[in-house]
Design a protein around this ligand. Structure first.
Ligand SMILES: O=C(NCCNC(=O)c1cc(-c2ccc(F)cc2)cc(O)c1O)c1cc(O)ncn1
Ligand SMILES: [Mg+2]
Length: 214
């Protein structure tokens, strides 16, 4: 039977990356997507912006919405301090199965909790189910139409504190216009656009970093 693109991406990791070496996993995926098959990872250009936001924030608790194959999951987790935790939500079971194996290849299972299900279902369970008090960083990379409703849900569930950072991928391509308007207009956020390109292409895209002001 035919393999899927995520399965071929995993194959490239297992063939070209060193077990236990997250940077080699990131590199293997970027090489695969640049030279073999495009895939919707945040990619290396936007990935460097992601790295600088994570390193500057030094977050103890991170929530990622939209795991896909685990590229940004591995990229973020490899920068976290020893006892920090990353919870990543993926709705698509096929993506989750691949991401789990990519995370294991990188040797980051202890830092990452991969949950299969919808953000609408799991965000309200963050505190009771994962013992999460507050989120220091939320990386949004799931369905673009869910960025705004999920942001409101995070606020309503009391998961954001003064200084919590929302970092949203693809605010230009595919785009999340209602989310952008909301965070840029709201007095409760200090928002900043980091201009870049859609992964592995010359098309414009960027990340929006929004600090919750409480
Ligand atoms: O979360 C789910 N998809 C990933 C969301 N991410 C994206 O859609 C995404 C798309 C693009 C993109 C950009 C240009 C283009 F021409 C095609 C795709 C880039 C990105 O960087 C993304 O992040 C999902 C869950 C589910 O259950 N079923 C189905 N999908
Ligand atoms: Mg994306």
């Amino acid at each position: 039977t035919q393999s899927t693109r995520p399965q071929r991406l995993l194959g490239a990791v297992q063939k070209n990356a060193t077990r236990g070496d997250p940077r080699s996993v990131v590199k293997a995926i970027d090489e695969f997507c640049r030279h073999k098959e495009w895939a919707m990872n945040v990619g290396d250009e936007k990935g460097c912006i992601l790295d600088s936001v994570v390193s500057e924030l030094n977050p103890a608790t991170v929530l990622e919405l939209g795991t896909y194959c685990g590229y940004s999951t591995v990229r973020i987790a490899s920068l976290l301090p020893p006892h920090a935790k990353l919870i990543t939500l993926e709705f698509n079971p096929d993506y989750a199965k691949i991401a789990c194996q990519v995370i294991a290849w990188a040797g980051l299972e202890d830092k990452i909790q991969l949950v299969e299900g919808s953000s609408a279902e799991w965000i309200p369970k963050m505190k009771e189910h994962f013992g999460v008090k507050m989120l220091d960083l939320v990386f949004m990379d799931h369905w673009k139409d869910d960025y705004l409703p999920d942001t409101k849900l995070l606020e309503d569930c009391g998961l954001l504190r003064k200084g919590s950072v929302l970092l949203a991928d693809n605010v230009i391509c595919p785009g999340s216009p209602d989310y952008l308007k909301y965070v840029r207009r709201s007095p409760r956020y200090k928002s900043q656009y980091f201009r870049s390109h859609l992964e592995y292409t010359k098309a414009e895209d960027g990340l929006e970093k929004s600090v919750f002001l409480g």
